[in-house]
Write a protein that binds this ligand. Structure first.
Ligand SMILES: *[C@@H]1O[C@H](CO)[C@@H](O)[C@H](O)[C@H]1NC(C)=O
Ligand SMILES: *[C@@H]1O[C@H](CO)[C@@H](O)[C@H](O)[C@H]1NC(C)=O
Ligand SMILES: *[C@@H]1O[C@H](CO)[C@@H](O)[C@H](O)[C@H]1NC(C)=O
Length: 458
């Protein structure tokens, strides 16, 4: 995209962002939580916007230096974002207006323009006013927006723009609707016109009824309820078997398995890949032997859920002490904490932490989250003592399961007790093909007289 922004401006913006990033890394842990910088969740609508195909809008948000403002907004309330399709910002915009927006002196106008596309509340497509009505909403800018319907077709309209992709992105803290063109608030239009001394026409070319785009017919149709490959309706936590426990408790999924995907084969495939990759034998062993985890993961993937596995490497696993494994079920708890119910690659995680500083990812160990931040040009998970770097990126990525190698075993911050580094017990355990974690777990179960429940301990 060429908005005609001069390279000096770019440089300044980049330097500014880098400065911010560097600053937040340099800060010690406690002062970060004391400052006003909110921690954004990885499933936030804001992260989704920056990763979406609305790349032109995402770029403008960054150019307008609005990330922090928006982060704070989604921390306080849900948002509805009207995202113009890329073409609306690329080709269909008056070049002179575009230049105006990107001039450093007009940053306020650019910010107003973007904030005009965001309503500080959640409006799903089914909450749109019906034919004869129109609703009036405050936006994050000083201007307000009207939601209406097109009289004949009943299509949803916001301001002067047709909604071409309702409910394009749905997240817990907000929703994105794709719209056919940019919304220009009166205040920005006035600013622009004030600067244009020669011509008095307005930036927004007056247009009649929206033209019939051949593609519109296709987009108008409501999405079929559950076409193969569509994400499941229920959040993954509802599909998860109740609580990780040593006795496997298989739970029926939502409406039973759909079997659009062969999740079990994919899980087997990623374990085989890990073994081939080398350096992840302990983790692979546990996947196969210790728990019903592989089965559970296979089932979730079969039902259409996606997973990112943070796999600690063998060196990290070897550092686990017997104390850390002493509670019954501890090994399984550890494993669940390394499973993120999202599909993330190294690139997507790195982009997220670079933009936001800190990102929280949900884990399957409900309700614990794992925090990620940028460090040394990589992604670092966890905080305090228990951190792990993304060490081997994208070991396995098939679109449903993503495996990222990390160099540490992670524990929820809430549980970070000062670990006795001197504990020698683990050293007594002989290193067998079976893996240390498994061996230690079996030993402890044996001590509790429970190992017979566990076929892999024999
Ligand atoms: C946090 O925000 C409050 C008001 O919103 C402000 O008074 C305070 O100075 C801010 N603190 C920091 C560290 O920015
Ligand atoms: C956003 O909306 C969801 C459901 O509509 C609600 O559960 C959640 O609490 C809201 N978040 C905020 C910050 O208001
Ligand atoms: C699982 O355990 C069995 C016996 O304990 C062992 O032979 C097998 O290699 C283990 N599986 C993997 C993938 O390591």
């Amino acid at each position: 995209m060429d908005f005609g922004i001069c390279s000096a401006t770019k440089l300044i913006l980049t330097a500014h962002l880098l400065l911010l990033a560097g600053f937040s890394i340099a800060l010690p842990e406690y002062s970060i939580s004391n400052s006003n910088s909110t921690q954004i969740n990885s499933n936030s609508v804001l992260v989704a916007l920056l990763d979406s195909h609305y790349t032109e809008l995402a770029e403008l948000v960054e150019k307008a230096l609005l990330l922090q403002t928006l982060e704070q907004a989604v921390g306080r309330h849900n948002v509805t974002i009207f995202a113009p399709k890329n073409e609306a910002l690329e080709r269909h915009l008056d070049p002179e207006f575009k230049r105006f927006l990107l001039e450093p002196g007009n940053l306020k106008s650019l910010q107003e323009l973007i904030l005009f596309h965001i309503i500080p509340t959640r409006i799903n497509s089914d909450q749109w006013p019906t034919h004869s009505l129109s609703t009036h909403h405050n936006t994050l800018s000083s201007d307000h927006l009207h939601l209406t319907r097109e009289q004949k077709s009943g299509e949803r309209i916001v301001g002067h723009a047709k909604v071409i992709h309702p409910d394009s992105v749905i997240r817990p803290d907000g929703i994105i609707h794709g719209i056919e063109r940019l919304l220009i608030p009166q205040s920005v239009e006035n600013d622009f016109n004030r600067r244009r001394t020669l011509r008095s026409i307005t930036a927004v070319k007056p247009e009649g009824a929206p033209e019939v785009d051949p593609r519109t017919n296709r987009l108008k149709k409501p999405a079929p309820p559950a076409k193969p490959g569509s994400p499941p309706a229920l959040p993954i936590f509802d599909a998860l078997a109740p609580g990780p426990s040593l006795a496997p408790a298989p739970a029926p999924g939502p409406g039973g398995p759909h079997h659009h995907f062969n999740g079990e084969a994919q899980v087997k495939d990623f374990i085989a890949t890990l073994l081939q990759y080398g350096g992840y034998n302990e983790f692979a062993d546990i996947m196969v032997n210790l728990t019903s985890l592989a089965t559970e993961m296979g089932r979730l993937v079969s039902e259409g859920y996606v997973l990112t596995v943070l796999a600690p490497n063998d060196e990290a696993m070897a550092k686990l002490t017997a104390e850390q494994l002493s509670e019954p079920g501890a090994p399984e708890q550890i494993m669940y904490y390394h499973l993120i119910p999202e599909y993330q690659t190294e690139e997507s995680m790195y982009n997220a932490v670079r933009r936001f500083g800190k990102v929280n990812y949900e884990t399957l160990r409900v309700p614990h989250k794992v925090v990620a931040q940028e460090a040394d040009g990589s992604v670092r998970f966890g905080s305090g003592d228990g951190t792990a770097y993304l060490f081997d990126p994208d070991i396995y990525t098939d679109g449903r399961i993503s495996v990222q190698g990390v160099d540490g075993v992670l524990f929820p911050a809430e549980e970070m007790k000062p670990v006795e580094k001197e504990v020698k017990v683990a050293k007594v355990v002989t290193k067998t093909r079976r893996g240390k974690l498994l061996a230690v777990a079996c030993k402890m179960l044996g001590a509790l007289g429970q190992d017979s429940r566990f076929s892999s301990c024999h």
